[in-house]
Design a protein around this ligand. Structure first.
Ligand SMILES: *[C@@H]1O[C@H](CO)[C@@H](O)[C@H](O)[C@H]1NC(C)=O
Ligand SMILES: *[C@@H]1O[C@H](CO)[C@@H](O)[C@H](O)[C@H]1NC(C)=O
Ligand SMILES: *[C@@H]1O[C@H](CO)[C@@H](O)[C@H](O)[C@H]1NC(C)=O
Ligand SMILES: *[C@@H]1O[C@H](CO)[C@@H](O)[C@H](O)[C@H]1NC(C)=O
Ligand SMILES: *[C@@H]1O[C@H](CO)[C@@H](O)[C@H](O)[C@H]1NC(C)=O
Ligand SMILES: *[C@@H]1O[C@H](CO)[C@@H](O)[C@H](O)[C@H]1NC(C)=O
Length: 325
């Protein structure tokens, strides 16, 4: 199979996939054995290219396994920088070298293609093109791939891996033009399918195996409860939970031991990242001062096992220790 000239995402996908030789059916990498992963894992590769003018493009590239940043591309040399010590050993050195070279070729061709399209269609500079590609690996060794292309922050095109075709996300002159170019290269779509169907699974299994400790890392949440009084008639109880990993968590307020259902008095923030790859959130319950009820914040998280963290508000509370069940 020949390398293709107009491959949006091509080399990013190859970051996942190994080398051209893989595409010709030569298994280069031993499969990890025994297979030892449970759960579903997603690899995401992100590219952001800012086209300042026809001769100047600024490109950033990032790779993630779940929420773990695997590496990035050096802005100037497009060399891969590894952020985790276990990423480089997951593939052979020669494979990384090949991937590295391909990224460079891909980014040159990508810029060329996009600049040509922009000139053909009178697209005003500056503009931003983004690509996100990756795949999800299920415990039954099947995978599901995705590819999205964005233009100036809006969905532009995506690749439907079920039927192997590109789909418009917005209907514009430009999106139709790019779609036509991509569809002219059926070999490219076939290549994507092969990558998604086969190599995606094999290389992700390597990454998941090498990154096992990082993926299984657990850090217990720290929670505090405090109050704010925006007005004499209102008391806001704040439960601040931080420093936990992985991301999924359950935070609830108990009134006299009973969970407070969702409603206008309850306001829970989004889960936000901390700088050290842990997470935080806060849950605020609006109550009437001196209403005679007892309140506590209850936190459940994988790192706590079957226990809950229980942080009571106020002096008199029946739970005592701060740890309940
Ligand atoms: C393109 O943009 C770069 C960075 O903004 C600038 O240095 C350069 O002069 C521009 N070139 C042209 C031909 O406009
Ligand atoms: C594998 O698991 C996924 C997710 O649970 C499911 O959607 C898919 O149908 C399964 N595939 C097979 C072949 O069992
Ligand atoms: C492929 O699937 C997408 C979305 O499911 C659909 O919009 C498109 O028409 C399909 N293309 C072909 C050629 O069947
Ligand atoms: C697609 O291929 C056809 C036939 O080779 C050609 O006429 C057309 O210009 C091509 N379209 C694009 C957008 O490259
Ligand atoms: C990839 O998998 C899809 C869904 O299982 C299948 O329809 C398609 O033929 C496969 N393509 C290739 C090139 O193996
Ligand atoms: C919940 O919090 C958000 C952000 O602080 C705020 O905009 C919103 O008004 C709050 N809602 C309630 C019901 O307190």
């Amino acid at each position: 199979m020949q390398p293709l000239h107009h491959g949006i995402l091509l080399l990013y996908l190859l970051l996942l996939s190994g080398t051209w030789a893989d595409l010709e059916g030569n298994p280069l990498l031993p499969l990890p054995s025994p297979l030892s992963y449970l759960g579903t894992f997603t690899v995401r590769l992100l590219q952001t290219s800012t086209f300042q003018n026809t001769s100047f493009v600024d490109t950033e590239g990032l790779g993630f396994l779940e929420d773990i940043e695997l590496g990035s591309l050096d802005k100037h040399t497009w060399a891969i920088r590894f952020y985790q010590p276990w990423v480089r050993p997951a593939l052979r050195r020669s494979d990384w070298d090949t991937i590295q070279n391909m990224i460079k070729i891909y980014l040159q061709r990508f810029s060329h293609l996009i600049n040509e399209g922009a000139m053909q269609k009178d697209v005003p500079y500056p503009f931003v093109a983004q690509c996100m590609a990756g795949c999800k690996l299920y415990p039954n060794r099947t995978s599901q791939a995705f590819t999205y292309v964005g233009y100036n922050g809006q969905d532009f095109l995506s690749f439907d891996t079920d039927n192997g075709t590109w789909v418009l996300s917005q209907d514009t002159d430009l999106s139709r033009y790019v779609l036509a170019i991509l569809q002219n290269y059926t070999a490219f779509s076939e290549l994507l399918e092969v990558l998604f169907n086969d190599t995606c699974v094999d290389d992700m299994e390597m990454l998941v195996q090498y990154g096992k400790a990082a993926l299984e890392r657990q850090v217990q949440p720290v929670a505090v409860v405090f109050a704010r009084t925006p007005s004499p008639a209102q008391l806001l109880l704040v439960c601040r939970v931080t420093g936990f990993y992985p991301r999924p968590i359950s935070v609830a307020w108990l009134r006299d031991g009973q969970e407070v259902p969702p409603g206008p008095a309850l306001n829970t923030s989004a889960i936000l990242p901390n700088a050290d790859l842990t997470y935080q959130l806060r849950s605020i319950l609006a109550v009437t001062p001196h209403d005679g009820h007892s309140y506590a914040c209850r936190v459940r998280h994988r790192s706590l096992g079957s226990r809950s963290l229980l942080i009571p508000w106020g002096r008199c509370h029946p739970w005592g220790q701060g740890w309940g069940s």
